[in-house]
Structure formats: structure tokens, C-alpha cells
Design a protein around this ligand. Structure first.
Ligand code: ZN
Length: 188
């Protein structure tokens, strides 16, 4: 397995709508190898998700791994989805509840930056899994945010484009110093 290079904003691939994958392609050994390489790359980078366009492959494939504890995303520490690892091809998102829900997001393609994004709080995702079978997920709360962020990459959208108040953009160090302490003390 090889670690892949994660491309950053400014690279044109991140702005493109990625191509859907057919069943044969999804079931191929090339795709299985790509998924394995993407996992390794994501874990090395301490990310919780990675989309194929982020490794300069413009195809509708994304992986999401919700770890038991995440240093980058303290909000996710208490989340226990039924599965921890998701491999998603050709997703279709339907909004089930548009009530906005905000989270300070980050992205491996925008290193060192956090931004406050509001997204619909409940969604349905229809997609194909690694066996090219139709699957469906219904997600709310922070998982809904994580999946929407990741799947946005397949449609050429970066979280920065979804920030409504551009004052709510921060470097990670300043986020840790000024924003996180307030946020987490408010919760208690
Ligand atoms: Zn991202």
C-alpha cells in the first residue's frame, strides 16, 4: 500500500463534479486497492473522512471513519455509529430536516483552518457499497455534518464555500486557544 498525496484548495480537481462509478469499476481490484490506500492516507493524516477527489481522482468515492476518539474533532468523541467505517460510491443525498446545525469544520485539503458551517441536521444517503449493492443511511446530528462535508467533495464543493459568516474562519491554533475553550465550557 502506498500513501497518497492529498491535494489542497487551488487544485482544479477539487472544484470538479466527480464521475459516477459503474458496478464493474466498484468491484475491481484497482478500486479495492484505492480504498485501502485512501484509508491509510486518511489515518496517517488523522482525518475522519477522505474523498477520492482529494487524492486527485475525480470519481464518486468517499470513505468515512469515525474513530473512538478524535484529536481533531472533540465533538465526535461520544458518537458511536452502528458501524465505524463507511465506503460510499455514487451518493444521493436527500434532506429530511433542513433545520440548520452548526459545526466548526476542518478539511485535509485546507490544512490548519477551521470554519463554522451550518448544514441541514437530518439527511438520507442512498449509495452503493463496496459490493456495489444499494444501501441507505439516515443520519442526524454531527454524523450528518461529517457525511455532508465529505460527500460535498464529490460535487466540487469545499466547506469554505458554505461558511455564511466569514468572521467564523480560524487557524486551528487560534481555534484551540480562543474558540474551543468557550464552546466546550458553554456545553457544561
Ligand atoms: Zn474536506
Amino acid at each position: 500500500m502506498a500513501k497518497l498525496e492529498i491535494i489542497r484548495i487551488g487544485h482544479p480537481t477539487l472544484n470538479k463534479v466527480a464521475k459516477k462509478m459503474n458496478k464493474e469499476e466498484i468491484l475491481s481490484s484497482e478500486t479495492a486497492n484505492l480504498v485501502a490506500d485512501m484509508y491509510e492516507t486518511m489515518q496517517t493524516a488523522q482525518g475522519i473522512g477522505l474523498a477520492a477527489p482529494q487524492v486527485n481522482i475525480s470519481k464518486q468515492l468517499a470513505i468515512i471513519h469515525i474513530p473512538e476518539s478524535s484529536k481533531r474533532y472533540k465533538d465526535l468523541e461520544n458518537l458511536k455509529p452502528e458501524q465505524e467505517k463507511f465506503v460510499i460510491f455514487n451518493p444521493l443525498i436527500t434532506i429530511l430536516d433542513p433545520t440548520p446545525q452548526g459545526m466548526w469544520e476542518g478539511c485535509l485539503s485546507v490544512p490548519g483552518i477551521r470554519g463554522f458551517v451550518e448544514r441541514p441536521q437530518k439527511i438520507k444517503i442512498d449509495y452503493l457499497n463496496t459490493e456495489a449493492k444499494n444501501c441507505q443511511l439516515i443520519l442526524d446530528g454531527l454524523l450528518a455534518t461529517v457525511f455532508q462535508h465529505e460527500l460535498d467533495h464529490l460535487f466540487g464543493v469545499i466547506f469554505l464555500q458554505r461558511i455564511q459568516n466569514t468572521k467564523l474562519i480560524s487557524f486551528s491554533e487560534e481555534y484551540d486557544k480562543f474558540i474551543a475553550p468557550i464552546k466546550f465550557s458553554e456545553k457544561e
